[in-house]
Design a protein. Structure first.
Length: 399
């Protein structure tokens, strides 16, 4: 029997559009800004690690501090995050090459901006994609991931080519236009119909501990911790390695585009052929193959092994990331945890931040003990082991 597709609300579509625009800005905020820091810091990973440690601590902090306001005033918090992103861009534009001197201040403002942005976004997604079968969230995650991947196919190579012929700061004008469009789209978003409960993280944690349904939630937080290391930290390392191996921003953009194309196919395939027994087999393979390839790549960093690693990662890490997206919202049983969406997202970000900060602290230590690429090689071996744990926890979510 043909599966009936679940319809997304207008708010959900608006959130997908905002997310797609954010993914373009992420190319600038993360990929090319990391490249800029790496260049200005004389090819040192230490500044990058310190920068991201501060960013992710601030993101988790923002989720807690603004939790209650975000829960009641989602659109206002979202717009605040978007405006703060603009402030970060203006600072980058104004500071030019001196941006490396103010990376700590930039990290705090950017972390605050990301927290104000993702706190309401995550809460609105949970509210607008909730149904008993979990089909709406799967449709949302699939549509969102494919849209973001398509954007990732076009824009990295475009931005990379532009940066090769223009200054880094001139690129901010284009990104500021995207920010203005994001703010306009927020007017199509509807807040929750019912007055939300008061933000109460303590009560939510108590309920997670005391209820049987809390077991699935706790398992997801383990996924979030591992996800912080496997995706966020690994992405920054890969950016540095591309620069080491291919040297220019244009090549950085071309390779990001090529690997994004495979992510579109994989994300669509996971949703199209989703069956628990199939996904369990896929997760087992996704635990073994990337771990082996990461370790091989760490032992012999060449252009050839890098391409193999990225192709394997684009397939198998993408499967894990897609299933992680499903679990983020499906792990919370709405019958038991009704009204606790914001609290769940706050804890998710805390565990994500814990994983990210732990990963970048480990990278920082490696960069101080070992010289150059050796620090990245050793850390890649550690990530290979974390991928296995990440896959194990995701396997438990498949029903």
């Amino acid at each position: 029997m043909k599966r009936k597709r679940s319809k997304l609300t207008k708010t959900a579509v608006a959130l997908i559009m905002i997310g797609a625009l954010m993914s373009i800005m992420d190319v600038y905020f993360h990929t090319f800004l990391v490249a800029r820091f790496y260049e200005l810091a004389s090819n040192s990973t230490e500044v990058i690690a310190k920068y991201y440690i501060r960013v992710y601590i601030m993101i988790a902090f923002s989720f807690v501090i603004f939790g209650n306001f975000s829960k009641k005033h989602s659109k206002a918090t979202l717009r605040t995050g978007i405006v703060l992103n603009a402030v970060v861009l203006i600072l980058i534009m104004s500071l030019e090459e001196r941006v490396i001197e103010y990376y700590q201040v930039l990290a705090i403002i950017f972390g605050l901006a990301q927290g104000c942005y993702y706190s309401p976004i995550s809460n609105l997604i949970g509210i607008n994609t909730s149904n008993e079968e979990g089909s709406v969230i799967k449709e949302y995650c699939t549509a969102s991931s494919i849209t973001v991947s398509i954007v990732s196919i076009v824009f990295p190579v475009t931005i990379g080519a532009y940066l090769n012929v223009a200054s880094f700061t001139k690129m901010t004008g284009f990104v500021l236009i995207l920010i203005a469009v994001q703010i306009m789209i927020t007017f199509f978003i509807k807040d929750a119909k019912e007055e939300p409960k008061k933000y109460n993280l303590k009560a939510f944690i108590k309920k997670v501990r005391e209820t049987r349904e809390g077991k699935a939630v706790k398992n997801f937080y383990k996924i979030s911790f591992c996800n912080g290391i496997v995706t966020s930290v690994l992405d920054r390392i890969v950016t540095i390695l591309i620069l080491m191996l291919y040297e220019t921003s244009f090549n950085l953009g071309v390779l990001s585009t090529i690997f994004a194309f495979s992510s579109v196919i994989i994300t669509w395939s996971v949703r199209r052929f989703y069956k628990p027994e199939r996904m369990k087999k896929a997760v087992i393979v996704a635990a073994i193959v990337p771990s082996i390839v990461v370790i091989i790549f760490a032992m012999n960093v060449t252009r050839g092994t890098f391409i193999v690693y990225k192709l394997v990662s684009a397939v198998f890490i993408c499967i894990l990331t897609t299933l992680n997206g499903y679990a983020r919202y499906e792990s919370l049983d709405k019958r038991v945890f009704s009204g606790f969406d914001a609290e769940h997202q706050s804890l998710t970000e805390m565990f994500l931040a814990a994983g990210r900060v732990s990963g970048f602290c480990a990278l920082l230590m490696c960069s101080r003990v070992f010289v150059g690429i050796l620090a990245l090689q050793i850390f890649l071996v550690v990530i290979g082991a974390v991928i296995i744990a990440y896959s194990r926890y995701i396997y438990k979510t498949i029903k």
